[in-house]
Design a protein around this ligand. Structure first.
Ligand SMILES: *Cc1c(COP(=O)(O)O)cnc(C)c1O
Ligand code: SF4
Length: 372
C-alpha cells in the first residue's frame, strides 16, 4: 500500500513531536524546572515529546504528568533494599534480549529506546546500560530461541518501547514471529499511545496486522493522559481488531487517590475501550522511592474500587516478586476464613457473610482442612 512506502505526512508529525520536545538534560533549561532537578538530569536519561510537555500545568508543582516526565534529584537517592534488576528479569534470560519466566509466554526486548523516559520506570537501569535500539543481528539468537521453544504461545514485545521502531522494522519482527508456527499472540507493551500518540499511524497498524492475534497493552497512569490524540490512537488500534489492555503503576502523588484511580479505570474503558488489566505495585527499582506507596494503601484503594466500579473497569493489583519469582495478585482477599464447606466472606460493604458449599459428592471437602 502507498502509505507504507517511505515516510508520509503522518510520520513527519510524530518525528517533529519528538524533535520539539526534551531530548537531553540541557533542553530542560528552557522549562521552569528546579535547578537541582536539572543538574540531576545530567546523570539521568531524559526524553519528553512536545505533546506530553504541552499537557503539563507548570503552575502546579505536583502536576501528575510533570511528576512522571521531569527528572528529579530524588532519583539519585536510592534506598537500601532497592535493586538494579527489581523483578529479576535477568534470572530467566536464556539468551540475550529474552526473559522467559512462564512456559507459554516470553518477553522480547526489541529496543532499549523509549519515546519518553518515565521517571518511575522499573527497567531504568537496563535502559541505561544497554541504550541500544533495534538491530536485526542482536535479535537473531532471541528469534532462534523462540523458534526452538514449542511451549511458547505469546511473545511480548517490550524494551524499551517497541513502538519506537519504524513501520518497516515492526513489520520485519512481526513476519519473523509469524513464521514460528507455535506462536499465537503478539503482545505489544507500550507507552507510545500515552506519550507519543501521533506515532500510532495507519502504517504502524498495518505493520502489526497479520496472522497472529495482536494485543496492545498500554500504560496510562492518570485520567489527564486520556487526551483526544490518545483516544484517536487507541481507536485506530481497536479498529484494526487489536485487543486493548492497560497496565498502570500505583504511583504516589500521581494516582494513589480513590477519585483519580476510579476515574482512570472508568475512562480507560468508557473513552478508550481499554480493559484495566494490572495495577502494578511500584517495584523496588533504585531511585523511585518518591513514587512508592505502601501495599496497605494499595489494598485500601482496591477495596474501595470493588464496591464502586463495574467488573469491566477493575484491574488486578499485582506485585512482581524480586528475584524473578513472578507476579502475585496482592488482593484484597474477601475470604475471612473457612472450615470444611463453611466459608466466611466479606462483602464490598465490609459485612461478613456465611456461605455453605453444596456439593453432590458428600465426601468432597466435608471434613478436610480447618481454615484459619
Ligand atoms: C509480567 C510478565 C509476563 C506477562 O505476564 P501476564 O500475567 O501474562 O501478563 C511474562 N513474562 C515475564 C517475565 C513477566 O514479568
Ligand atoms: S516507556 Fe516503559 S520502558 Fe520506557 S521508560 Fe517508560 S516505563 Fe520505562
Amino acid at each position: 500500500m502507498a502509505r507504507d512506502q517511505g515516510e508520509g505526512v503522518d510520520d513527519r508529525r510524530w518525528q517533529q513531536d519528538l524533535r520539539a520536545g526534551v531530548q537531553r538534560a540541557a533542553d530542560l533549561r528552557r522549562l521552569p524546572v528546579l535547578e537541582e532537578d536539572r543538574r540531576a538530569a545530567e546523570q539521568l536519561k531524559a526524553r519528553i515529546p512536545a505533546s506530553t510537555l504541552a499537557l503539563i500545568d507548570w503552575d502546579d508543582p505536583s502536576d501528575p504528568i510533570r511528576r512522571q516526565a521531569i527528572p528529579s534529584a530524588l532519583e539519585l537517592e536510592p534506598l537500601p533494599g532497592e535493586r538494579e534488576d527489581p523483578i529479576g528479569d535477568a534470572a530467566h534470560s536464556p539468551v540475550a534480549r529474552v526473559t522467559h519466566r512462564y512456559p507459554d509466554r516470553a518477553l522480547l526486548y526489541v529496543t532499549y529506546i523509549c519515546s519518553m523516559y518515565c521517571r518511575h520506570c522499573f527497567r531504568k537501569e537496563s535502559l541505561n546500560e544497554q541504550g541500544q535500539g533495534y538491530s536485526p543481528a542482536a535479535l537473531e539468537p532471541a528469534l532462534e530461541y523462540l523458534a526452538r521453544t514449542p511451549a511458547l504461545r505469546e511473545v511480548i514485545l517490550t524494551g524499551g518501547d517497541p513502538l519506537t521502531l519504524t513501520d518497516a522494522q515492526l513489520r520485519e519482527v512481526r513476519e519473523r514471529l509469524e513464521a514460528i508456527d507455535h506462536l499465537r499472540l503478539l503482545r505489544v507493551h507500550t507507552r507510545v499511545p500515552v506519550t507519543l500518540p501521533s506515532r500510532v499511524t495507519e502504517g504502524l497498524v498495518d505493520a502489526l496486522d497479520g496472522r497472529l492475534q495482536v494485543c496492545v497493552v498500554t500504560h496510562f497512569n492518570h485520567p489527564r493522559e486520556l487526551v483526544p490524540e490518545a483516544r484517536q490512537a487507541c481507536r485506530r488500534l481497536r479498529r484494526a481488531g487489536f485487543m486493548l489492555l492497560n497496565q498502570s503503576v500505583l504511583l504516589a502523588g500521581v494516582n494513589d487517590d480513590l477519585e483519580v484511580m476510579a476515574e482512570l479505570c472508568q475512562e480507560l474503558v468508557y473513552s478508550l475501550g481499554a480493559k484495566p488489566y494490572y495495577l502494578h505495585h511500584c517495584d523496588l527499582a533504585r531511585g523511585v522511592s518518591h513514587f512508592r506507596t505502601s501495599i496497605e494503601r494499595g489494598l485500601e484503594l482496591m477495596r474501595a474500587l470493588r464496591g464502586r466500579l463495574s467488573g469491566v473497569c477493575q484491574p488486578t493489583y499485582v506485585l512482581d516478586l524480586p528475584g524473578g519469582h513472578g507476579k502475585v495478585p496482592l488482593g484484597p482477599c474477601y475470604v475471612e476464613h473457612h472450615a470444611g464447606r463453611d466459608w466466611v466472606l466479606t462483602s464490598d460493604q465490609g459485612e461478613r457473610h456465611a456461605y455453605r458449599e453444596v456439593l453432590r459428592d458428600a465426601t468432597a471437602g466435608a471434613d478436610e482442612g480447618s481454615g484459619s
